[in-house]
Design a protein around this ligand. Structure first.
Ligand code: SF4
Ligand code: SF4
Length: 453
């Protein structure tokens, strides 16, 4: 399938695709260096982070079995949903802010889809050769050479996919145990299933689907244009300077009717999503800057000034739009809220439920008893001991419940009985359980009601 492009009114057809496959030309240059450096940094971080230990435990671990997230000294549970909501909101607004200022640079430089595709392309270039060689190989009928080359490439791709899946799983299963189990073929069938599943996702996404994921499946590419405004820096081809495009000889005077675009087509050949940026901004563009590197290289060869394609905004020098300040303000509020939440977060939780079977019990001593189910949760890494007292009840006593021990990072359920004074005749009285942790002196309270006849 071919893509149509307009050239000064005339329509030309790019012939770089065979059955819509994009054959990306390898490009060196300033923006490619940034992409590679960022890609390597993020990749190394992704692989190394599961090996970082903190106080004898994996520093960052989503332990699905016990439903907790280790974040160095912070241990989060499903009850801490609020902080996850804040973190997701912060990430969303940070993305809006960056998109508003610099377009889709997240997609072009740091999105995992881009980084893994970049890695797979690198392998493809090394194994199958440059763009011309790959197009030739694609057109070639299947024989020993083509089968061997393709086999080597897919074997390396699959190896990368399996390593990626294993590393990804080590964020959910303790890393040292996971790797030992995988290497010795002792991992559980559940772990094996997820490793194979994530490996196939990586292999298919980065090896086969590539730019189609960004074009057809990623929701961000569909709505990102609503975040753009006249201040947003996007990849732009300088039509005024470039047109009329046309070939010419190096070191020869430029023909008068021609602009600076020598129509070398390099900007199209290096584009990972297979578009021609000379047709104007298109939603497929991931702002990777490779066309800038390619065009600057051509401009250098012809001794023309660089920047025929560049990052630019319609209104370069206009003050930032109010929406940018809005995003920055929301991010600041979310940061402050997160810090306050972390500072005020209690390591312990208590909830009290009235025993539903018997509302109250009358005793031979003319007293009334109420029984409550008390659930205690110790999120800290140390065992905790609680003393329980009553607040708001005069003359009431607790039946031998103290102290309550709760092991580190565990839940404990105890039944607590409250006894009224003699001849209690109220229908109900509201009161509070007050729990004090012995070592930290942290105080927890839980409101409930004492029922009488
Ligand atoms: S048009 Fe340029 S910046 Fe956009 S995706 Fe293609 S190469 Fe990258
Ligand atoms: S790389 Fe530059 S000179 Fe070559 S076709 Fe693209 S815009 Fe024109």
């Amino acid at each position: 399938m071919h893509k149509s492009t307009k050239n000064s009114g005339a329509v030309i057809f790019q012939t770089s695709n065979i059955d819509s496959k994009v054959f990306v030309r390898e490009q060196k240059g300033f923006f490619q260096r940034i992409r590679r450096s960022l890609g390597w940094t993020l990749m190394i971080l992704f692989m190394v982070i599961p090996f970082i230990q903190y106080q004898g435990e994996q520093a960052i671990l989503f332990d699905l079995e016990v439903q907790k997230l280790n974040l160095f000294s912070l241990v989060l549970y499903p009850q801490d949903l609020f902080i996850f909501v804040l973190l997701l909101m912060f990430a969303a607004f940070a993305l809006f802010y960056v998109s508003n200022k610099y377009g889709r640079i997240w997609c072009g430089y740091t999105c995992p889809q881009t980084i893994w595709t970049m890695m797979y392309l690198w392998v493809e270039h090394r194994v199958e050769g440059n763009r011309q060689a790959r197009i030739k190989l694609e057109k070639m009928p299947y024989g020993i050479k083509k089968i061997t080359t393709k086999f080597i490439k897919h074997a390396i791709w699959l190896l990368i996919a399996v390593i990626t899946a294993a590393v990804f799983m080590s964020y959910f299963v303790p890393a040292h145990q996971l790797y030992i189990d995988l290497i010795t073929f002792n991992s559980s069938s559940l772990v094996n299933f997820w490793v194979i599943f994530f490996a196939m996702c990586t292999y298919i996404n980065a090896g086969w689907i590539r730019e189609k994921m960004c074009e057809h499946m990623c929701p961000y590419s569909r709505f990102q244009s609503v975040m753009f405004n006249s201040n947003t820096k996007v990849i732009t081809y300088d039509t005024k300077r470039g047109e009329q495009r046309g070939p010419r000889k190096i070191n020869k005077e430029k023909p008068e009717h021609l602009g600076d675009c020598v129509d070398c087509n390099l900007c199209v050949q290096v584009c990972p999503v297979g578009i021609d940026i000379r047709n104007g901004l298109q939603y497929e563009c991931i702002s990777c800057g490779l066309c800038i590197d390619a065009c600057d290289q051509t401009m250098d060869k012809f001794s023309y000034p660089r920047g025929l394609i560049k990052y630019s905004a319609i209104n370069e020098h206009a003050p930032s739009k109010a929406i940018n300040y809005g995003y920055a303000l929301i991010m600041t509020v979310i940061t402050v809220l997160s810090i306050l939440w972390i500072i005020n977060r209690s390591e312990f939780e208590v909830s009290v439920i009235k025993d539903r079977n018997v509302l109250y019990r009358e005793t031979f001593d003319n007293t009334i008893e109420n029984t409550f189910q008390m659930k205690l949760f110790n999120k800290s890494k140390q065992d905790a001991v609680f003393n329980v007292e009553l607040s708001g009840l005069q003359g009431f006593t607790l039946q031998e419940t103290q102290p309550i021990k709760v092991p580190a990072q565990e839940r404990t359920i105890v039944m607590v009985t409250v006894i009224s004074p003699e001849n209690y005749d109220q229908k109900f009285t509201d009161f509070e359980f007050v729990l004090q942790e012995v070592k930290t002196q942290s105080e927890l309270t839980s409101k409930t009601t004492f029922h009488g006849p």
